[in-house]
Design a binder for this molecule. Sequence first.
Ligand SMILES: Cc1cc2nc3c(=O)[nH]c(=O)nc-3n(C[C@H](O)[C@H](O)[C@H](O)COP(=O)(O)OP(=O)(O)OC[C@H]3O[C@@H](n4cnc5c(N)ncnc54)[C@H](O)[C@@H]3O)c2cc1C
Length: 396
Amino acid sequence: MTKFSSKKTLLLAGAGHAHIGMLRRLSAARLKDADTIEADIHLISQQPQTIYSGMLPGWMAGHYQLHDISIDIKSLCVRAGVRFIQQSLVQVNAASNKVVTTGDEQTDFDYDVLSLNTGADTDMRWLPDHNSYNEYRSDNDDNNTGAANTNVIAIRPLSTFITQWQRILKAAQQSEKYQLAIIGAGAAAIELVMAAQVTLRNINRNHQVTLVCGENLLSGFNSGFRQRVIKQLHRHDITIVRERATDYRDGKLSTTHKSLPINAVIAATGVIGSAWTASTDLEIEGDGFVAVNDKQQSVSHPNVFAVGDVAIRVDKYVAHSGVHSVHGGAVEADNLLAYLGDNVMKSYQPKSRTLYLLSCGDKYAIGSWGNVNLQGRWVWHLKKYIDKRFIEADKD
Ligand SMILES: Cc1cc2nc3c(=O)[nH]c(=O)nc-3n(C[C@H](O)[C@H](O)[C@H](O)COP(=O)(O)OP(=O)(O)OC[C@H]3O[C@@H](n4cnc5c(N)ncnc54)[C@H](O)[C@@H]3O)c2cc1C
């Protein structure tokens, strides 16, 4: 690893996929040569543990325990020689190299180099009163009580969703009839709806699970893949409503032409920038994402880097996905070290084909790699193998 010319402060904000990779790399380097990295490195994370989204549907379907899908960030920081700060980033003042965080108290941190990997929020703008929903949510994120006064549940933050899903299960167990809707048209919504169906059918015989997906189901995928997914949705008796959701109130989910009686709604309706992006001096593009170049470097402030769902590339379209956070994160980690050491940085060029594996609830999965489609129980085992390799990379 690069030796820094002088000791600077590298601040990592958020424990997303990219920073997990960075921490693992620092930890491995430390095992080999404890003195190699001469920078003060700090990581700001809301929680000491982070949930791995790729295995969340498997947890919902009962294939994994919560600890199987969690990564212990605090321990990873200790092994990597990184100071762990349990706080939430609320402001980035890039002109003065400062971030503001909240936790027990509001704190300022100075940095020489900042790396952002804080992910994004669920896009709740389909809900007419989404502003009051967001206010409610931010008041309830930290304590995670799950005692929601709303039955609309955003998939992000995942830690809040975990509590809310347990609340749904309890309500379903106690209800004579339970109707759940998942809103979304992407791979996450498809995995969630099938996982929910597999679990609900074991606890409530008189239940119904509905996917409200608009007209563009899995728009980024090939048509053969879409057909296979639709077959699986039918196999699971999931009702598909190809209309847009427009509101939820008083136990009724409104779509473009329908009003459906629904007990709870899970929204996997795409991503939008986190609230702090509205007041930063960093250049922001799209729906609140930090604008970066091919080096994952802010286009407005060269000592700020961003990767994963928090960022948007200005030179080409790169989908918001865990895959790009991991691969972009590896390049970004090289670039952070190169920037600190005054060395040449690399460009992140995503591969033309990405392997997507979509779990279908009951240990069955469908895969897509460019135009090649796969499916079967063996695909689920392949997904399990890849997911476990990621999550267990630093377990002894
Ligand atoms: C159910 C589901 C399944 C998915 N499956 C796949 C899949 O199989 N393959 C794939 O490629 N993509 C998948 N995705 C998409 C994938 O989860 C995201 O694209 C990916 O997680 C983005 O990674 P990230 O590194 O940007 O941030 P994240 O993984 O979102 O992590 C961000 C971290 O930052 C923390 N954080 C957030 N805000 C703050 C703050 N203000 N201060 C401090 N910390 C903060 C969060 O708590 C979190 O730990 C799935 C998504 C879902 C919802």
